[in-house]
Every structure is written in structure tokens, then in C-alpha cells.
Design a protein around this ligand. Structure first.
Ligand SMILES: Cc1cc2nc3c(=O)[nH]c(=O)nc-3n(C[C@H](O)[C@H](O)[C@H](O)COP(=O)(O)O)c2cc1C
Length: 333
């Protein structure tokens, strides 16, 4: 695997870790759209990584850098070992999940329920940091259950920062661990951006990335007036083209804005290569479903691409036909 990307790693814009969404194929597509946006893997539990096939679980394409691995767990020794594997694979950052509210995750005593155990999170971070030289970061909520005052978040960050963590991504919603499903926990608790802004004002030396409900570059820029970085989740998965202006607008790069048909062509080359290596076509085409989101013909594109195909050649026919329908929107890029 290639070495991690040269420092400094910018977190001004990132795409959030999302199970069943930010797999290596989706990340490859996102990277074709934005060169500089930091990408996160889906969460991988430390236990799975220690017991399983690491290549299968966290293997990636070199072009995906800058790239962060998100781990789940609460055993400092296991997390340290898993972080080391991630660092050996060349990841640029190792992130600890302290924000996921699912029951499965709670029963394993990790994810958002760890916000109630800041000292343990600190121990985990310290053990991981001792094992790797890349940054170890934490992704958390603004609170859980009845521990949802601003001060509860500040105390949590205080303890974890004292253990050495210098970067936090904060989903600006609390999580109700008892009563709401993970999906509801991403929609029902109100967004409280002010709490995250206050955290940044209180601890200016800590890098604070804000997450939750951010849908375009204009909103991202507005948040950047208050915090160091913006993390976009669902919007980037469902409408990846929103990242097309990110390099220019967020990172100040002078590279030309990408063209959708060229991105599609490069991604189809990748599909052919990956399919030869055994990746299923359905997994390879899934990231493409939202590529034309918001354009005339986007619904037909999704429908046509959702139809099972018998091979790469068949897929290329389907895409060529669907692209024809989308001719007008491509010209509008
Ligand atoms: C399908 C899905 C899977 C997710 N999986 C993870 C995960 O593995 N780790 C994590 O920290 N957050 C996970 N999240 C939460 C997102 O990272 C993010 O915090 C949340 O969606 C809010 O950001 P958004 O409003 O921009 O989508 C997931 C969200 C979705 C929609």
C-alpha cells in the first residue's frame, strides 16, 4: 500500500463515514469528483479487523487518499492493534466512532453510548495514538439521552482532549439511545449548530469539524466561518456531484471543475478492472445512481442503472443509452 498522503491533512471538507454507503467503490467515484475532500471508510469494528480478512475489510485504491479509517470499539488494546493495521495500510487518519446509535453497536459497548464514558474514550484514543503516527480523531454527537447540555459535550471533549485527541467531528444532534432507531436519530433530534460553534470558541486550539444536515457548498462555507471543517454525509452520497466545486470553493485549488461525462468514463474503466477482480457489478454501479441527481432525466438514469446487467459490456450499453437521455444535462455542466 502507498504511504499516507503528505502532511498537512486538510479537514476543511470531508465525506462522513456511512455504513453500506462509503465503501471503496463509492469513495473511488467521489475522488474522481473532488481531489482534496477527505474521505472516510464505513465503520469497521476493531474486533472484525483483528479476526477478519484485512484486505477485504479495509483494502482501497491508492487514488482514494486523503483517506481516513473509522474504527468501532471500546477495548483500548484491540483498538490500538486495529489502528496499527490501518496505519500499516497507509490510512492518513484513524477515527474512533463515538456517534453511532444502533442497538447492535450499543450492545458491543461502542458508538454513541461511549459519550457517557469519556475516560474510557480517552484511554482508547491514548492507546491508539501510542500505536500509530497518523492523527487519531473522534467522531461524536453533541450529547446522548439526558446528557445533552452544552456543558456535557464540553466536558466530554475536555476529557478526551486531555488524553491527546486534537480533532473532533461533531454531529450537531444528540442521540436518543433508548427509543429512536438509528435512522430516526439522524432526523428527529434537532440540529444545534450553535453548540458546536460554542465548543470551537471555548477550545480554539482544537480542530472542530461540524456535521449534520449540510447539503451544499454555500452552507459549508457559512459553517467554515465558525469551525475548522465541514463533514457532509447523506447529501454527498445521494448527490455526489455536489462535490464538483469543492476543490475550488473550499480548498482554493485552481484546477478546472470536473466534467461529469469524463468522470463517468474514468469510473467505468474502474468498474471493468474491479469486475475482473471479482467485485459484483451491482456494488460497482450503486455509487453511480446519484450522479445526475437534480438533473432532468435523473430518475430514468437511476431506474436504468438499477436494472441487473449481465456483464461489463451489457452495463456499458445500458449506460450509453441512459447517457443519451441525459445529453441535455451533461451539456449544462
Ligand atoms: C446509511 C448511513 C450509515 C452511517 N454509518 C455511519 C458510520 O459507520 N459511522 C459513523 O460515525 N456515522 C455513520 N453515519 C452517520 C453519518 O456519518 C453522519 O453523521 C450523519 O448522516 C449526519 O450527517 P448528514 O446529515 O450530512 O448525513 C451513517 C449515516 C447513514 C445515513
Amino acid at each position: 500500500m502507498p504511504p499516507a498522503c503528505p502532511a498537512p491533512l486538510s479537514r476543511r471538507l470531508s465525506v462522513a463515514p456511512m455504513m453500506d454507503c462509503t465503501d471503496r467503490h463509492a469513495r473511488y467515484l467521489l475522488r474522481l469528483i473532488s481531489r482534496h475532500t477527505l474521505l472516510y471508510t464505513e465503520m469497521v469494528t476493531a474486533q472484525a479487523l483483528l479476526r477478519g480478512d484485512a484486505d477485504y475489510l479495509i483494502g482501497y485504491s491508492p487514488v482514494e487518499h486523503p483517506l481516513a479509517l473509522q474504527l468501532g470499539g471500546s477495548d483500548p488494546a484491540q483498538l490500538a492493534q486495529a489502528a496499527r493495521i490501518g496505519a500499516d495500510f497507509g490510512y492518513d487518519e484513524i477515527n474512533l466512532n463515538v456517534g453511532c446509535p444502533s442497538d447492535r453497536v450499543q450492545s458491543g459497548r461502542f458508538g454513541a453510548c461511549l459519550m457517557a464514558e469519556p475516560a474510557l474514550v480517552g484511554d482508547c484514543v491514548a492507546a491508539m495514538q501510542a500505536a500509530v503516527s497518523v492523527p487519531v480523531t473522534v467522531k461524536c454527537r453533541i450529547g446522548i439521552d439526558r446528557s445533552d447540555r452544552d456543558e456535557d459535550l464540553f466536558d466530554f471533549v475536555e476529557t478526551v482532549a486531555a488524553a491527546g485527541c486534537r480533532q473532533f467531528a461533531v454531529h450537531a444532534r444528540k442521540a436518543w439511545l433508548d427509543g429512536l432507531s438509528p435512522r430516526e436519530n439522524r432526523q428527529i433530534p434537532p440540529l444545534r449548530y450553535d453548540t458546536v460553534y460554542r465548543l470551537k470558541r471555548l477550545r480554539p486550539e482544537i480542530e472542530i469539524v461540524i456535521n449534520g444536515g449540510i447539503n451544499d457548498m454555500g452552507q459549508a462555507l457559512a459553517h467554515l466561518e465558525h469551525v475548522d471543517g465541514v463533514m457532509i454525509g447523506r447529501a454527498a452520497y445521494h448527490a455526489p456531484w455536489l462535490l464538483a466545486t469543492a476543490d475550488r470553493i473550499i480548498f482554493g485549488a485552481v484546477t478546472p471543475t470536473p466534467v461529469r461525462s469524463a468522470v463517468l468514463e474514468s469510473y467505468l474503466d474502474y468498474v471493468a478492472r474491479q469486475h475482473t477482480l471479482g467485485a459484483p457489478l451491482s456494488a460497482l454501479t450503486r455509487p453511480l445512481l446519484g450522479l445526475f441527481q437534480g438533473q432532468p432525466g435523473a430518475r430514468a438514469w437511476r431506474r436504468d442503472l438499477s436494472t441487473p446487467t449481465r456483464g461489463v459490456r451489457d452495463l456499458n450499453h445500458v449506460i450509453a443509452a441512459a447517457q443519451h437521455v441525459l445529453g441535455a444535462s451533461e451539456a449544462a455542466d
